[in-house]
Design a protein around this ligand. Structure first.
Ligand code: GDP
Length: 365
């Protein structure tokens, strides 16, 4: 947000003017000064626990930074926030571009804040890191929700790898929870591997679809259907209602062919219109009954424990890889070995062994 241009307070002070306006100007200058000065980890933690959005945003920025000093500070803040995290439900929402994710999250998020919930919307968009363009785009599309004081919307982090982006989002969830957000929505696109990453950080996974020309299941990845706890056929309005109901039948039939889920939850298919809001409350009923059931069976906390373990291992793998590929010796030898492998001068296995030996003998830094 750009701040309005105001005359500098020092000039006005020199001129000896001190109406209330000037006091405001100096207050703004002080805030701007404070903004420039980085708050300490303790200040950030206190701000987050107090529900302060600026503190939350700044902490997420630290999490997203690649500067090692920021990473260290981010870790301190996360550590301070952890005892107050974990008290939310985490819902993943996926669907191909144009299916209506933003519109749906706007309708669903507003429905939840009207129920008295505090909703945070985060995103995992691998395209924003790979091509510097974002498929999920500008979150100002959620016009109502951005204005809602009980909602917090943050676009996708950018990073070098999907793993990096996903880890940052995973850590941001902890910060949002500590700031009092009790419903976390993670949006991702129905392309690439991002669904798997999001699935491993949420409790409930919702697949958004639209009805097509009858052949509903064509082109849909089996893995994504298998992950879904609910399939919502969006844009069920106007002339589309009949087709949406037909699609619902087809998806229901297809879902029954999948093996039972570990949670014993039978995935549900519903229709909805994110524009007319028809069907939105039913989706919440479905999600609520899922949480009721998985809390009763203990699956909810079991899954979270598994996810924590998964993310620890993921982070180790990610950091090891980064460290390996960032060693100057590896960078130069990798190219030579790639060429040698291509020319059949050395086997891929032997080349890999050579590079790994070089890495381990040097000792990673
Ligand atoms: P995203 O790319 O998945 O985030 O999709 P958007 O939310 O940007 O929606 C894509 C287009 O579909 C926009 O023009 C929306 O207005 C429209 N749209 C979204 N939901 C609905 C709906 O329920 N009914 C109708 N008729 N149009 C919708």
């Amino acid at each position: 947000m750009s701040s309005p241009k105001k005359p500098s307070s020092s000039l006005q002070e020199k001129a000896g003017i001190s109406p209330p306006e000037i006091i405001n100007v100096s207050a703004i200058t002080q805030i701007q000064k404070n903004r420039r000065q980085q708050p300490s980890s303790e200040e950030l933690i206190a701000g987050i626990l107090d529900g302060n959005r600026t503190a939350l945003s700044r902490a997420i920025t630290l999490v997203e930074s690649t500067n090692p000093e920021h990473t260290e500070k981010a870790n301190e803040v996360i550590k301070g926030c952890l005892p107050n995290a974990n008290k939310s439900i985490r819902i993943g929402i996926t669907g191909v571009p144009g299916v209506g994710k933003s519109t749906f999250i706007e309708a669903f998020g507003s429905f939840l804040t009207q129920l008295g919930k505090k909703v945070a919307v985060l995103a995992v968009d691998p395209s924003s890191s790979l091509s510097h363009g974002s498929i999920l785009g500008d979150k100002t599309r959620m016009e109502e929700l951005v204005k809602d004081e009980n909602a917090f919307i943050r676009p996708s982090a950018s990073g070098d790898t999907l793993g990096g982006v996903a880890r940052k989002t995973r850590e941001s969830i902890i910060l949002c929870e500590a700031a009092g957000y009790d419903t976390i929505i993670i949006e991702t696109v129905g392309v690439g591997q991002s669904e798997t990453a999001v699935h491993s950080m949420v409790d409930f996974f919702l697949l958004l679809k639209i009805s097509g020309a009858g052949d509903e299941l064509q082109g849909i990845k089996r893995g994504i259907m298998e992950m879904a706890d609910a399939i919502v056929i969006n844009k069920a309005d106007g002339d589309n209602i009949k087709k949406a109901n037909q699609a619902k039948l087809e998806f229901n039939r297809a879902l029954h062919l999948f093996p039972p889920k570990k949670s014993n939850w039978q995935p549900k298919v519903t229709t909805c219109s994110a524009i007319t809001k028809e069907g939105v409350s039913e989706i919440w009923d479905t999600i609520s009954s899922y949480f009721e059931m998985t809390n009763e069976t203990g699956f909810f906390s079991e899954k979270r424990k598994e996810q924590n373990h998964f993310w620890m291992m993921e982070t180790i793998n990610e950091q090891l890889k980064l460290n390996f590929y960032n060693q100057p010796e590896i960078i130069s030898q990798l190219e030579q070995n790639k060429k040698a492998v291509q020319n059949d001068e050395i086997s891929p296995f032997a080349a890999a062994q050579l590079l790994l030996k070089l890495y381990f003998n040097k000792g990673s830094k």
